[in-house]
Design a protein around this ligand. Structure first.
Ligand SMILES: NC(=O)c1ccc[n+]([C@@H]2O[C@H](COP(=O)([O-])OP(=O)(O)OC[C@H]3O[C@@H](n4cnc5c(N)ncnc54)[C@H](OP(=O)(O)O)[C@@H]3O)[C@@H](O)[C@H]2O)c1
Length: 283
């Protein structure tokens, strides 16, 4: 992919900054061709010094006008305002890449008031340690080369896949919010170790590595987790007594229900956003 690509990252907060790190790592754009914008002067100075790129407080239209790829990394509630600011400088051949949770591509197209390539991505917070899980949806204007470019950027900060846009709600529930569930599991494992006499430090190291190692084994063995679980169980042993306890409390059922509930919550959030921004793009 050409390193002559110019990229604007509008809203270089947690996600925007992680993506800038990924962009620099892949080399899809050189640092002098990346322009990040934020709200405050303090954050602009921080981003400029961390990545040695141009970063400004405001200047969204100026940054967007120069870019081939415009990353929209502001909060969902700010997105319509930023899109309205830049829509007069947008060109059909530019690419919009939105990270905003719950904001449909159709709303972005409506406010941008043109048919242009639009990607909608749902990354998750482990992108900051280059272990993110990102799902991307695209509108009909995106070429295979543009799809590859977007995948390349997200793969620099973890795993990335394409999905149909209507699956973004379940993606949000599974991997978008998922780190929060796993933090709870790690927290509880640590507490269990503490309760039974391990030091805080040792309990923490063992719990975090157990989750990391189990996830890595699922990926590398390509075996179903139930098969791997079975391999750890000795008849009449310790593990099966713990698994019996987890089954009594419905661990698996609880997580399935959590994802179902969160999927419905995401649908509701999109509905509320659409109601709030009904009429956007008309003025
Ligand atoms: N965090 C997650 O786990 C996660 C997961 C999936 C998707 N997302 C999506 O990623 C997007 C960003 O989330 P985040 O967690 O990175 O939020 P964040 O850390 O609050 O970043 C938002 C950034 O936008 C900047 N900003 C605010 N108004 C602006 C404006 N008018 N023009 C330019 N920049 C402006 C802020 O600047 P200041 O710093 O100066 O205030 C801040 O740096 C959201 O749409 C969210 O839905 C986040």
């Amino acid at each position: 992919m050409s390193s002559g690509l110019k990229i604007a990252v509008l809203g270089a907060g947690n996600m925007g900054a992680a993506l800038i790190g990924g962009i620099l790592k892949t080399g899809v754009a050189q640092r002098e061709r990346i322009w990040a914008t934020v709200r405050s002067e303090e954050r602009a100075a921080e981003v400029a010094s961390r990545f040695s790129i141009r970063a400004t407080a405001g200047c969204n239209p100026e940054a967007a006008r120069e870019a081939d790829l415009i990353v929209l990394a502001v909060k969902p509630a700010t997105l319509p305002k930023v899109l309205k600011e830049i829509r007069d400088v947008l060109r059909d051949e530019q690419i919009l890449l939105s990270l905003a949770a719950a904001v449909p591509i159709a709303l972005i197209e409506k406010i941008a008031a043109r048919r242009m390539p639009v990607f909608r991505a749902m990354p998750n917070i482990p992108v900051v340690v280059e272990e993110g899980a990102t799902a991307v949806a695209a509108n009909g204007c995106c070429s295979p080369e543009q799809r590859n470019l977007v995948l390349e950027i997200f793969r620099a900060v973890g795993v990335a896949v394409f999905v149909e846009e209507d699956l973004m709600h379940v993606v949000t529930a599974l991997s978008g919010s998922g780190p929060a569930y796993v933090y709870m599991v790690i927290e509880a494992l640590i507490a269990g170790g503490l309760k039974m006499g391990l030091s805080r430090e040792i309990s923490t190291r063992l719990a975090e590595q157990t989750v990391l190692g189990a996830a890595k084994q699922v990926r590398e063995s390509m075996l179903h987790p139930a098969v791997l679980r079975d391999q750890v169980i000795t008849p009449g042993g310790v593990t099966i007594s713990a698994i019996h306890e987890l089954e009594k409390h419905g661990l698996r059922s609880m997580l399935i229900s959590a994802i179902e509930t969160a999927t419905h919550a995401s649908v509701e959030r999109t509905r509320a956003l659409l109601a709030q921004f009904d009429g956007d793009g008309q003025d």
